[in-house]
Design a protein around this ligand. Structure first.
Ligand SMILES: Cc1cc2nc3c(=O)[nH]c(=O)nc-3n(C[C@H](O)[C@H](O)[C@H](O)COP(=O)(O)OP(=O)(O)OC[C@H]3O[C@@H](n4cnc5c(N)ncnc54)[C@H](O)[C@@H]3O)c2cc1C
Ligand SMILES: NC(=O)C1=CN([C@@H]2O[C@H](COP(=O)(O)OP(=O)(O)OC[C@H]3O[C@@H](n4cnc5c(N)ncnc54)[C@H](OP(=O)(O)O)[C@@H]3O)[C@@H](O)[C@H]2O)C=CC1
Ligand SMILES: O=C(O)C(=O)Cc1c[nH]c2ccccc12
Length: 430
């Protein structure tokens, strides 16, 4: 029996909800598949990554970024902040614990969460802990599975914080097996240094595709960017302030469509007509599209000027890969040394969360923002709003307040307090 809510994922969302709970004196258990916090940011992002939104829009609840950090902190700055956040709130996730199944047990009104634990990733395997309650002993069942251990955790509350970007999406292009060069997803791309002098096809023109093309360019490679349905490119800043911040301010007073018209008008003045370079704009405006589909506008950090100079070449949708390159839907055929798929990510919730219709097939809550954070029977989702870290923080605060209320009313006899945890792992409240 977990000593409080079970949180799946130790990314920014999981840490934010655990910290918010801790401030309300509610202990929690964070289950994380990786060997440390924020696996996406540590292991699945390119070297030159920095926040595209000003730090004020990316900080987690109850602890601002240090003032000495630049407006757009680097990946290293952000990771440093997340580590100090976990330290500040004494959060100790259980690492190496992949949640493989979770379901609500209506007879006991409890969530049963099955994990496969990779002991090599854990400094402190959960099975070493002792629990104060007799019930907890009976329900904390473990069994060995080769080098792995299967552990079931049980709690009245389950917080899904496994992320919208949990798994890479790679399209099943015709001819994939024939292509002889290297192929990888953007989550495996680190730097353009490895591609000096190479012709690289980047499939996808979101923030990842754009920035990797820029990186390739700066490292002496020859990038081509394949654009399928189009993209809104906006300058990162307008009138000396961040475009995102300005849009947020305008949205307080004006309808979305008017804000979009304003952003597109200023964007045209600042960066020109992007359609001229093969970057078709979607019919729907950038904010409306983000709200409706989660598709993020690109905030330009330099790629556009390389596109204008012809150093990043725009190509249409890929029709198929060939042994030494790709064919495009306009029948052109070009040679490439490597293909990088900047084709986005998906949630993995449908693979492990069973018997609930709270999440849809794409692994995100069915109920639209801002109401998608709370399901039935003590189920919560944090970080699935399509609104980045700002949305995750808002979810975390609401979730923690709601759980704290129900925790208060939960019979004292059922508060299972983890008495000893030799290496001090759980987010226990003294
Ligand atoms: C390249 C990139 C740059 C971004 N930049 C920004 C930005 O500048 N600003 C912004 O607001 N947003 C940005 N985002 C959006 C991003 O989603 C958020 O920054 C943030 O990482 C979301 O936090 P999260 O905790 O919800 O998800 P994640 O960071 O993905 O964390 C989820 C955690 O859950 C773990 N997990 C997943 N499945 C399981 C499982 N079954 N069992 C156990 N653990 C599991 C993962 O290992 C991971 O540690 C960016 C995204 C990407 C890909
Ligand atoms: N510093 C920052 O703030 C950064 C933030 N991010 C964020 O990370 C998240 C993921 O971004 P990203 O990795 O760019 O992914 P996105 O989902 O934003 O973009 C995916 C791109 O791949 C294209 N695509 C998908 N499938 C195919 C296919 N089968 N054939 C051709 N093209 C395809 C999409 O085109 P189509 O529109 O046609 O589907 C789109 O251009 C976003 O929220 C983004 O904002 C990423 C990088 C930096
Ligand atoms: O990365 C995301 O999906 C975010 O929500 C943060 C973000 C990065 N670039 C943006 C541009 C417009 C709106 C949000 C973002």
């Amino acid at each position: 029996m977990a000593p409080g809510p079970i949180i799946v994922g130790a990314g920014p969302s999981g840490l934010a909800v655990a910290a918010s709970l801790r401030r309300l004196s509610v202990p929690s258990v964070i289950l994380e598949r990786s060997d440390g916090i924020a696996e996406l940011w540590r292991h699945r992002t390119y070297d030159r990554l920095s926040l595209h939104l000003p730090k004020a829009f990316c900080q987690l609840p109850h602890l601002p970024f240090p003032s000495h950090l630049p407006t757009y902190p680097s990946k290293a700055d952000f990771l440093c902040y997340l580590h100090s956040y976990a330290h500040h709130f004494s959060l100790h996730p259980f690492f190496g614990c992949t949640v493989v199944a979770a379901h609500f047990d209506p007879t006991e009104s409890l969530w049963r969460v099955t994990t496969v634990s990779d002991l090599s990733l854990q400094s402190n395997p959960p099975s070493q802990w002792t629990w104060s309650d007799s019930l907890s002993e009976s329900s904390h069942s473990t069994s060995e599975m080769g080098g792995l251990e299967v552990v079931e955790y049980v709690s009245p509350w389950l917080v899904v914080a496994s992320g919208e970007n949990a798994e890479p999406v790679v399209p099943e292009l015709n001819g994939r097996e024939e292509f002889k060069g290297s192929m990888l997803h953007s989550s495996k791309y680190r730097s353009g240094k490895e591609y000096k002098g190479k012709r690289v096809l980047v499939v996808g023109c979101g923030n990842s595709g754009m920035e990797m093309c820029l990186d390739l360019c700066e490292c002496g490679a020859v990038p081509f960017m394949s654009v399928r349905s189009g993209v809104h490119v906006l300058p990162r800043e307008m009138f000396g302030t961040s475009t995102f911040g300005l849009a947020m301010k305008l949205l307080k007073w004006l309808p979305v469509r008017l804000v979009d018209r304003f952003l597109l008008m200023v964007a045209r003045m600042v960066i020109g007509n992007t359609e001229k370079y093969g970057l078709k704009r979607p019919e729907v405006g950038p904010v409306e599209l983000k709200n409706a589909t989660g598709k993020t506008p690109v905030l330009d950090v330099g790629a556009l000027s390389q596109i204008k100079k012809g150093r990043i070449q725009i190509v249409p949708e890929v029709e198929s890969l060939t042994s030494n390159g790709a064919k495009f839907v306009d029948e052109r055929e070009l040679e490439f040394d490597s293909v990088v798929f900047a084709t986005g990510y998906k949630s993995n919730v449908p693979t492990w969360l069973k018997d609930t219709d709270f999440f849809s097939e794409d692994g995100k809550p069915k109920t639209p923002f801002p109401h998608g954070w709370k399901g039935d029977d003590g189920l919560y989702s944090v970080g699935f709003t399509g609104r980045g870290l700002l949305g995750a923080s808002a979810d975390a605060i609401k979730t923690a307040l709601d759980i704290a209320e129900s925790w208060k009313n939960y019979p004292e006899s059922k508060h299972f307090i983890l008495q000893t945890h030799p290496q001090g792992q759980a987010n226990n409240v003294e």
